[in-house]
Design a protein around this ligand. Structure first.
Ligand code: BG6
Length: 467
């Protein structure tokens, strides 16, 4: 069978993304699904050397298999370690790329671009020149391009190399169980579906506050910033799944048509008032001292890169007119907050005579760990005539794969549901582009917040305290 001999060719194999996310993702996938047959070829400009590469692959496999001993790996993981090899070379050069492709002998090739967008583009130019092997899948890491024009050009370029159904634009958030669960929660039960619109929902927040800071990624992050790195690349996809119309089926075409449709209706109404940006200064997170963002190695203060971005998006359609979707993500925050919060409207009327606080109900969907909580106003436990909120909690997911493992499984299976289609990639750029322009023209101040704090002074975001 063709799929039996699949090779994953990782371009950018010596980079941080490959070690931190990709190899561990593959390892958990092979642990959960040991019947897969896979070989891995790592390639990069930097000559890592065979031993160091094999070591990295082996370490990732051993970590996922719960021991440090290669002898105890499952047969598939062991096969991957034994057969993997590393090729040093310049994949942006057509001649070296051709030699690299010819050196791979398999039935099915997945070329994984673990590269910055401008390098991915150069490799695609070379690939357009030499041609991709029949049936090859191109898996391209985010961000897909660096602007709307760039994404359009990149789309046109990759679609010249292989058809759209062989292009997997990676967004590992589409492999998060909570995100996937939006489909079941919204479309497969009778409780939430009738409430899922502007009549019942007052506001949606999609938040991804991280305690991690730059982590040595200045080379990439300082040219991206929080808006591109998180909101354009990930949170808008989450918004799409919160907001889509019921698809006819959850096959790739129906699902991605629905995503494309809702993203086309989304926009930032006023880029100067509906988006905010900030950058962290030195502070302490737990027992970790974090320096000023601008003092980090590789950061150019003049770029004015934001490490915290918040954008309010409106979805101009019948279901969502007037409902703000607040998307926010920040680095070096004092607390992790990775969740979508659906704020329901207050009831039209509550009978007189109740004491306590009649807070609006909300559904909180936690991305990590995958779970949900419904905060529901009920009679108080002590005094039945005093209202309070009860919390109903549930777990989501419970699968064995990390999001990268899920996404990799879908790539190896040729199932594009967990990948971003060309039109959606462009729409996400189109939505943030007015904000990027306003920020470039300095029409919005770059606020500051203390690392380890709760955000810039004066920012109020739904109960979140401010410095
Ligand atoms: C990546 C971003 O795509 O997603 C990182 O580049 C971010 O900056 C990360 O930290 C968040 O995802 P996860 O899965 O690590 O929580």
């Amino acid at each position: 069978m063709a799929a039996d001999r699949t090779t994953l060719l990782i371009l950018g194999a010596s980079g941080d993304l490959t070690s931190r996310l990709l190899l561990p993702g593959i390892a958990t996938l092979l642990r959960a699904q040991p019947r897969r047959s896979l070989e891995i070829v790592g390639a990069d400009l930097r000559d890592l050397g065979q031993d160091e590469w094999r070591n990295r692959v082996q370490t990732a496999m051993a970590a996922a298999h719960g021991d440090g001993d290669a002898g105890e790996l499952g047969a598939t993981a062991q096969h991957v370690v034994d057969t993997t090899r590393y090729v040093a070379g310049d994949a942006t050069d057509p001649t070296s790329l051709q030699a690299l492709l010819e050196s791979v002998d398999c039935d099915r090739l997945v070329i994984y671009f673990a590269l910055p967008p401008h390098v991915s583009r150069m490799v695609c130019e070379a690939l357009a020149e030499v041609g991709a092997p029949d049936g090859a899948i191109l898996a391209i890491e985010k961000p897909f391009g660096s602007s709307l024009d760039d994404a359009r050009e990149l789309n046109a370029l990759v679609q010249r190399i292989v058809p759209e159904d062989q292009i997997f634009r990676i967004d590992h958030f589409l492999g998060l169980y909570t995100v996937l669960n939006l489909l079941g929660m919204r479309f497969a039960n009778r409780i939430l579906a009738p409430l899922w619109d502007r009549d019942s929902i007052a506001k949606v927040e999609i938040l991804y506050d991280e305690t991690v800071a730059l982590e040595g990624r200045a080379g990439y992050y300082d040219t991206a910033g929080a808006l591109r790195d998180m909101i354009q690349s990930h949170l808008l996809q989450v918004l799409a799944l919160v907001a889509i119309e019921p698809p006819a089926s959850i096959d790739a075409r129906d699902l991605r048509d629905a995503i494309g449709q809702v993203l086309r209706a989304a926009r930032v109404v006023d880029a100067t008032t509906d988006a905010r940006r900030a950058r962290y200064t030195a502070g302490t997170i737990g027992d970790r001292e974090v320096p000023d963002y601008v003092a980090e190695e590789g950061v150019d203060a003049k770029r004015g890169t934001e490490t915290l971005a918040e954008v309010t998006v409106h979805v101009d359609n019948q279901r969502w007119a007037g409902v703000p979707f607040v998307l926010r993500s920040g680095k070096a925050m004092g607390h992790i907050r990775k969740q979508a919060v659906i704020h329901f409207r207050e009831p039209a009327h509550v009978p007189r005579g109740f004491g306590g606080r009649n807070s609006a109900d909300r559904l909180v969907l936690d991305f990590r760990p995958d779970s949900f909580a419904i905060h529901l106003t009920t009679n108080g436990k002590g005094d039945p005539f005093t209202l309070e909120q009860s919390v109903l909690r549930g777990e989501l997911g419970g699968g064995q794969l990390e999001p990268y493992g899920e996404v990799l499984a879908s790539i190896l299976d040729g199932d594009p549901r967990l990948a971003v289609r060309a039109d959606a990639a462009e729409e996400c750029w189109r939505i943030v582009e007015p904000v990027l322009r306003a920020w470039k023209r300095d029409e919005v101040p770059l606020a500051e917040y203390r690392a380890g704090g709760v955000g810039p002074r004066g920012w109020r975001s739904n109960g979140a305290a401010t410095d």
